[in-house]
Design a protein around this ligand. Sequence first.
Ligand SMILES: *Cc1c(COP(=O)(O)O)cnc(C)c1O
Length: 285
Amino acid sequence: MLNKLGIEWLIARLDLIHPIVSGNKLFKLFYYVQDAIATNKYILVTKGGAYSNHLVASAYYAQLNGLKSIGLVRGEKTEQLSHTLKQCEAWGMQLHYFSRKDYPQINEDNIQQYVSFDKEHCFFITEGGYGISGTKGASLIIDAISSLNPNYITTAVGTGCTLSGLLYNKKTQAKIIAVPVLKGFHDLEKSMCDLLELQTPLYFEVFNEYHFGGYAKKNETLLQFMNTFYVENDIPTDFVYTGKMIYAIWDKVKSGYFPKGSKIISIHTGGLQGNLSLPKGTLVF
Ligand SMILES: *Cc1c(COP(=O)(O)O)cnc(C)c1O
């Protein structure tokens, strides 16, 4: 079908960087960790939920760089730890749990009221790696793909930090397409302006109707699509981010959104460890 439509669709496989850690999270962490090392802070501290790809990436990347890590987890400790949190511990992350009520308030300035640790040597990273250092790190993704001269670059959007990185890097003329995986992420333009400190919004396209009911929500259509996509292309996707994004692009290809001659690069941001929370047998991969 792509041939017939004259469309070239490439998938940038950041998922192949590591089987568990999301590729985009490593890009986002790059400058944070450089800053931590440069300022002699050897403990990374960050926040996330029990299934957070950011938390597990931080644990991994801290260990890889010889740093310690502390994870501030949303929700009380449960009897059975999630795969994500087990993996965080396996990579040496010390976990502290907070009630859903306390969690949103926790920050760099008040954390010592809750947990005592060597604050002087701690480097705090915002939840999800959100912030200008995360943007700059994510912008390196463009360096890796811009020589392919795509007309479109597409990404799944959670916090929007990865998207901001794609917009930040000027090495591509490609139109950037964002596929939010949360329901009702309507102020995406404004959050890009805030993050990039711009008055006028940068142009990008948003496909807003592919959240499948909201964050981490899924249905049979999505899961079946992910299975078919895997069988036909040998590319696994995750049900929280990349499955929805790839579904969206395929749907738009079918509906004729992309003109003949288009070259699309979709960024496979990773996230495959998230599939471990699905009942066995849901996916064929
Ligand atoms: C976190 C994540 C995203 C979203 O990245 P943001 O920078 O938060 O928008 C997309 N895909 C995967 C696999 C992720 O883990």
